[in-house]
Ligand binder design. Structure first.
Ligand code: PDD
Length: 280
C-alpha cells in the first residue's frame, strides 16, 4: 500500500506529494512543525501538541490555515488511510509561496503538509538503552519555538550517528545542559529526584516531558526544574531523554562514561512503561 500525504487540502500519494520551489519553508526555514506519536493507532498527547502548535504559530506571526477541529480530522483520516499502527504524524506549516524576499509577503497564504511514518514499536522503545555524546549547543536564542530550522540539530545528530550514538546532548556556553538534538534530557539524582531544565527560551518544552512529569508525580517521584551541568549528569543515577519519537529512552553511555553501570535505569523503564500504557 502506498503512503498517503496531506498537502494543502488534498490527500496525495506520498511519492507524488510536492510543494512549490518558492515555498518560504524551503527557502528561509520560515515555518513551524509538530511530531505526534501514534501507538496502536492512537494519537498521543494531542492537546499538548495542538497547544504548542498554536503558540509556535503566534510567536512567528503565522496563520494556521486549518482550525484545530479540521486538523484533528485530517490527522485521524491520515492514520486510517495509511493503516498506521505505530509511528508518527509530521505536520508542517510554512508562510507559503512568494517571490523570494526576506520580509513577510503582503498576502501570505500559509501552506500545510502532513506525512506519516511507520515505526516498529520495539525499535522505538530502545529497551536496552542508548549511547549519547556531548556537543556544543550552536542554536539561536528562541529554541522554545518549534521551527523547521534545524541545521544545528542535524549537525549534532549526525555527529552522534558518526560515533555510533543515538542522541547528541547539547551544552550551552555556561556549561549547562540544554537538551538533546531532538529530545529533552532528564537526570535522576542519587536521592531519587528527577531533574530537568525549566521551560524557557533555551529549550523546546517537550510535550512528552510534560506527560512524563505528570506520570512521575503519580508515582510520587518529585520533579525539580533546574539546570544541571555535564559533571552532574555524568554522575547521575540515571539519565534519560523524552520525545515523541523516543518516548522515554534510557541513556546508558555518554561519550566514554557508563551511566547506571550501562543498564537501563529502573525509573526510566517504569516511566516509559506507564507512558505507553496510558495515552494522554
Ligand atoms: N523533536 N527538544 C527538541 C530540540 C526536539 O526536537 C524535540 C522533539 C523535543 C521533545 O519534544 P516532544 O516531547 O514534544 O516530542 C525536545 C521531534 C520529535 C522531532 O524533531 O522529530
Amino acid at each position: 500500500m502506498s503512503r498517503i500525504a496531506y498537502v494543502n487540502g488534498r490527500y496525495i500519494r506520498h511519492a507524488d506529494a510536492a510543494v512549490h520551489i518558492e515555498d518560504r519553508g524551503y527557502q528561509f526555514g520560515d515555518g513551524i512543525y509538530e511530531v505526534i506519536t501514534v501507538i496502536n493507532g492512537k494519537l498521543y498527547d494531542c492537546d499538548g501538541h495542538m497547544a504548542r502548535l498554536t503558540r509556535s504559530l503566534a510567536e512567528i506571526s503565522l496563520d494556521n490555515p486549518l482550525t484545530e477541529d479540521v486538523l484533528m480530522l485530517v490527522m485521524t483520516r491520515l492514520v486510517r488511510m495509511n493503516a498506521l499502527k505505530h509511528g508518527t504524524i509530521y505536520l508542517q506549516i510554512t508562510r507559503g509561496v512568494a517571490r523570494r524576499d526576506h520580509k513577510f509577503p503582503a498576502n501570505a497564504k500559509s501552506a500545510i503538509v502532513m506525512t506519516v511514518k511507520h515505526m516498529r514499536l520495539a525499535g522505538r522503545q530502545h529497551e536496552a538503552g542508548v549511547k549519547a555524546i556531548i556537543v556544543d549547543d550552536l542554536r539561536w536564542a528562541r529554541r522554545d519555538i518549534k521551527t523547521i530550522q534545524l541545521l544545528p540539530n542535524c549537525l549534532a545528530k549526525q555527529a552522534a550517528a558518526e560515533q555510533g550514538a543515538y542522541e547528541a546532548i547539547m551544552v550551552m556556553p555556561d556549561g549547562s545542559v540544554s537538551e538533546g538534538s531532538s529530545s529533552n534530557v532528564w537526570i535522576l539524582t542519587h536521592d531519587n529526584q528527577l531533574v530537568t531544565r525549566p521551560a524557557s527560551h533555551d529549550i523546546l518544552n517537550g510535550i512528552t516531558r510534560q506527560s512524563i512529569e505528570k506520570i512521575a508525580k503519580k508515582r510520587q517521584i518529585s520533579v525539580e526544574f533546574r539546570t544541571f551541568d555535564t559533571a552532574e549528569m555524568l554522575a547521575a543515577k540515571e539519565v534519560f531523554v523524552t520525545s515523541a519519537t523516543s518516548l522515554a529512552t534510557a541513556i546508558t553511555q555518554i561519550d566514554e562514561h557508563m551511566i547506571a553501570d550501562g543498564k537501563v535505569g529502573e525509573i526510566a523503564h517504569a516511566l516509559r512503561a506507564d507512558y505507553l500504557a496510558s495515552p494522554q
